[in-house]
Write a protein that binds this ligand. Structure first.
Ligand code: EPU
Length: 297
């Protein structure tokens, strides 16, 4: 499809063709998007959706929890990284665009002496990605703080989902079929910032292979158990598949040793899940998600 007919009216939005997406994933694997754009405002995001007629639309946030499929990805891939404005509505409530970096938000809250999100210490990625998977640690999740979500639907309209109009739980949020554009977070009932709690969550990261390319924890923790511990006990550390290997440091991390494909990573995850099932009868569920269309416009 010629670009001219795809996006005739907005010279401000740059659309690239055949864009490699590896660089938009912390794992560093995956193929090429037929079309790619990085909107800088919510209205640009809406315009893109309105223009992308008949195309699958994919959204990439911080790329820290996703596997981008190998090969050509037909349709439009949108990175939200430039959609990152924050506006404080009052001392305890802010509207944060979906591409804003979660670590940066945590830094602002620390400076403002607003507690509550200490558990987010060191979690990579964007606010939009964090909300869509209810990122968290220690039984807490970011969705606890969301008052309302503004999202772009398949027709390009901006819709508002208020607290109570969506569900969330451990590493899940029910919002789907729309693109999260911004969230309003409320810190009204939050205590003061707790530095020792923050340091405690930060130090838990010392057991993780953060110097290597990965998509974070591969599997969710099964109820009452630890995926990392189960994988370790079943001898998964050091297993490989193509260019992917299970970290020797933390068994729930799959590392791209330099030349891995996304199929290698998924193949290795399957091998590990199979081994844990054979060994314990427990079925591990993937935490990392394969990039799939939000919708076909
Ligand atoms: N363990 C092992 N061997 C391993 C890894 C872990 O025996 O190879 C043991 C640990 O010794 C510990 C237990 O398993 O007793 C739990 O491990 P850990 O403390 O590392 O926590 P986790 O449950 O593996 C969770 C989150 C992490 C988050 C940390 C720290 C999940 C799936 N993982 O890890 O989140 O960073 O707590 O708060 O919920 C992520 O979401 O990408 C992620 C890494």
């Amino acid at each position: 499809m010629p670009l001219k007919s795809f996006y005739p009216n907005s010279p401000d939005i740059i659309i690239t063709e055949n864009q490699p997406l590896k660089q938009f994933s912390t794992l560093g694997t995956g193929g090429t998007a037929e079309y790619f754009a990085q909107p800088e405002t919510i209205s640009q995001l809406q315009e893109l959706i309105i223009s992308a007629r008949n195309m699958p639309v994919y959204v990439i946030g911080g790329g820290s929890n996703i596997i981008i499929p190998d090969g050509l990805i037909h349709g439009l891939a949108i990175s939200t990284r430039r959609l990152d404005a924050v506006s404080w509505q009052n001392e305890s409530s802010a509207e944060i665009e979906s591409g804003h970096n979660l670590s940066h938000l945590v830094k602002i809250l620390r400076e403002k002496n607003i507690g509550g999100l200490e558990f987010s210490a060191g979690i990579p990625g964007t606010i939009g990605g964090a909300v869509s998977g209810n990122a968290g640690a220690g039984g807490r999740g970011i969705c606890e703080f969301i008052e309302c979500v503004k999202a772009v639907d398949i027709s390009g309209r901006l819709v508002t989902l208020r607290r109570g109009e969506f569900d969330y739980g451990y590493r899940m949020c029910s919002i789907s079929g729309v693109i999260i554009a911004s969230v309003i977070m409320s810190f009204t009932d939050c205590p003061a910032w707790n530095e020792s709690l923050y340091s405690d969550f930060m130090s838990r990261r010392k057991s993780q292979p953060l110097r290597f390319r990965s998509a974070g924890c591969t599997f969710k923790n099964p109820p009452g158990n630890s995926a990392g511990k189960l994988l370790d006990e079943c001898g998964c550390k050091g297993l490989t598949f193509g260019g992917a290997s299970v970290s020797d440091m933390h068994a729930n991390f799959i590392i791209n040793s330099g030349h891995a494909t996304s199929s290698d990573v998924l193949g290795l995850a399957e091998k590990c899940a199979h081994r844990v099932y054979e060994c314990t009868g427990i079925k591990l569920e993937l935490e990392i998600k394969t990039l799939s269309p939000c919708f076909s416009v």
